[in-house]
Design a protein around this ligand. Structure first.
Ligand SMILES: Nc1ncnc2c1ncn2[C@@H]1O[C@H](COP(=O)(O)OP(=O)(O)OP(=O)(O)O)[C@@H](O)[C@H]1O
Length: 600
């Protein structure tokens, strides 16, 4: 387990290692194949050396043996290439499978994160984490598994072969390694800030795109498109500059410096060779060694160049993988498999207090005993904590066990799958999928067509659904784009009822419905009375007039509690004032409509 404080490389390595676990056998096979290929590669110059030393310089042509050596070198080269090709396929496959697993894991993990996480999460960034960052992890796999491992194996095997041929010259070549590492360290130092900034800016670009699309109606209606366009252009420009800074360090540091190093190394080896204590004419044996070394230097430099030129990509991929790992380590919401069941639908709040941010309480010592089958209305000024109360009942945020009990059980004692069936929500903003009406009601639950239809009828949605071109099979646009807001809410209500819940929570679910549709919903809800516990937040007070009891929340506290008639008796009571205000405004609305229009 790595933590957020661990360096990105460690976090990235931890992710890669975990994701590769199921294919670890393939990984070892791949490694073995690469080792073999490197050995065969090292063999070529050794055979070349023998060719020169034994037959070429002594002018001793033995056709059979010479052809054998040449053929051997050719065969070794061919087999090494083939082996490398096979490993590339094997390891790329492994990388893609691992990334497929990572992507699924990340998506599944995001679905299980606690609501608290989403309070501060930015949609675009999360999307980018699940798609772009996991794609970058694939690059990392291919690079780490293939380019890097292959290069390291290749360099090591070449150095071993060189040591066997002439260890002093090998030491000279060995100087390449610290020189290259020095260049990489310098590159890293010069480009790290730019690399991190580029990624952060790309993430901001994604976030703004996602935000703009989600809020398009508001954006266009407020004429904010131009300002948003300008903001996007500024971000994009900053991204361009940061990327350019990164590429500049890449362009002058990596390839040209390494090519220069290659030339210097050749010169150095030849110089050392010429300056040996017993210099003078080259013996036949020594020419073979020089040939082998000259060809080895090229081969050592190439993988080092590979390692370094891909370094910037590698750095980006490491950052991406580390971020994916951090997201994966975000603690999931608790999903207990417990024995507790919601049977009757009794809810008990006992001095329940809650704060999103410590020190700023949103609910203060709320106590309430809701009987099974009771209809409770919740009203109160905006920000008084009504939605928060429902969020707590839905187990979106943890609360002390003794403060909130359902059918005598603390919420943590209730089995997750059962709890989600037994407690249903119709949210303030109905959320619909780009799928058929049937799928929107069933939401992947194994519900029969009759059950879906019954739920639609109960919710008062059947009439309009049957008027749609393909009835229940009509595919809605993204977010239910083809339906009116009131119709979306009816579908959301049908969805909630389809699970046959014991407790139904309505969060201002009727606020966007016209009066005629409201009558339909009211009838539906009256039909449900006594069959399930109904807790309904109401903005339009007429919808909870019939409630058994009405809770008036004010600044997170229960200010009033009682049936409509009782609350209306309270002189100067909050509820009574709210009702009177609403009556006044609806009377004004009616008057407005009746007033004859004056022309001109
Ligand atoms: N996820 C959150 N993180 C931090 N604060 C929040 C969060 N959700 C709500 N709040 C704050 O908690 C307080 C109560 O909000 P809540 O949505 O429960 O009120 P409400 O009575 O339902 O309001 P409304 O009628 O406007 O929906 C508000 O001050 C709000 O800003």
């Amino acid at each position: 387990m790595t933590t957020d404080a661990a360096p990105p490389t460690r976090r990235a390595a931890s992710l890669l290692w975990r994701a590769a676990q199921p294919d670890v056998r393939q990984l070892w096979l791949g490694l073995f194949g690469l080792l073999l290929a490197a050995g065969l590669d090292a063999l070529g110059p050794v055979l070349g050396k023998a060719f020169i030393d034994r037959y070429l310089l002594p002018r001793d042509p033995q056709l059979g043996a010479m052809l054998g050596l040449l053929g051997g070198a050719l065969l070794a080269g061919c087999v090494a290439s083939w082996l490398r090709y096979v490993q590339l396929i094997r390891l790329s496959g492994l990388a893609m499978r691992a990334v497929q697993r990572i992507r699924e894991t990340v998506y599944g993990h995001v679905l299980r994160l606690p609501m608290r996480f989403f309070d501060s999460a930015i949609t675009g960034q999360l999307v980018s984490r699940v798609t772009n960052d996991t794609e970058a992890v694939k690059q990392l796999y291919i690079q780490v598994l293939f380019v890097m491992l292959d290069s390291v194996i290749m360099v090591s095997s070449l150095l071993v072969t060189m040591a066997l041929l002439n260890w002093r010259l090998m030491l000279v070549v060995l100087l390449l390694v610290p020189a290259v590492l020095g260049i990489v360290a310098l590159y890293r130092h010069l480009s790290a800030a730019a690399v991190a900034q580029t990624r952060a800016l790309r993430s901001d670009l994604n976030a703004q795109t996602a935000e703009s699309i989600a809020g398009m109606p508001v954006l266009q209606a407020t004429g904010a498109s131009v300002a948003y366009g300008a903001r996007y252009a500024r971000l994009n420009e900053a991204h361009y500059r940061s990327r350019k800074a990164e590429l500049r360090a890449n362009a002058w540091l990596l390839r040209p410096m390494l090519d220069l190093l290659n030339v210097l190394m050749l010169a150095l080896v030849i110089a050392v060779f010429g300056l040996r204590e017993h210099g003078g004419a080259l013996g036949a044996l020594e020419v073979g060694v020089l040939y082998a070394f000259v060809s080895y230097i090229g081969r050592v430099v190439e993988p080092l160049v590979q390692l370094t030129t891909q370094f910037s990509q590698l750095q980006q991929a490491v950052v991406a993988a580390a971020r994916v790992n951090t997201l994966l380590e975000e603690a999931e919401a608790e999903r207990p498999h417990a024995a507790g069941r919601v049977t009757a639908g009794e809810v008990q709040l006992d001095r329940l207090s809650f704060a999103y941010t410590p020190g700023t309480p949103v609910l203060r010592e709320v106590s309430l005993q809701v009987q099974p089958g009771e209809f409770i209305g919740i009203v109160g000024p905006t920000g008084s904590g009504k939605s928060t109360l429902l969020a707590l009942l839905l187990r979106f945020y943890p609360v002390p066990a003794e403060c909130l009990r359902v059918d005598g059980h603390a919420l943590a004692e209730l089995d997750e799958a059962h709890f989600r069936e037994a407690v249903a929500l119709v949210p303030q903003e109905p959320f619909l999928l780009a799928a058929s009406v049937r799928d929107n009601i069933a939401m992947n639950r194994p519900l029969s067509a009759e059950r879906v239809r019954d739920a639609a009828r109960l919710a008062g949605a059947l009439d309009f659904i049957e008027r749609l071109p393909q009835g229940f099979d009509t595919v809605l646009g993204e977010g239910g784009a083809r339906l009116a807001v009131g119709e979306k809410q009816l579908v959301a209500l049908a969805r909630a009822l389809a699970g046959e819940p014991r407790i139904l929570l309505l969060d201002e679910a009727t606020s966007h419905i016209d009066s005629a549709t409201e009558q339909v919903v009211q009838r539906a809800l009256s039909g449900l009375r006594g069959r399930l516990t109904l807790i309904s937040i109401a903005h339009r007070l007429s919808t909870i007039r019939e409630a058994d009891r009405i809770v008036v929340l004010n600044h997170g506290q229960v200010a009033e509690l009682g049936a409509h008639d009782a609350l209306m008796q309270r002189e100067g009571g909050i509820y009574r004032r709210m009702v009177e205000l609403q009556q006044l405004s609806s009377d004004n609305g009616a008057l407005e409509e009746e007033r004859p229009r004056v022309q001109g």
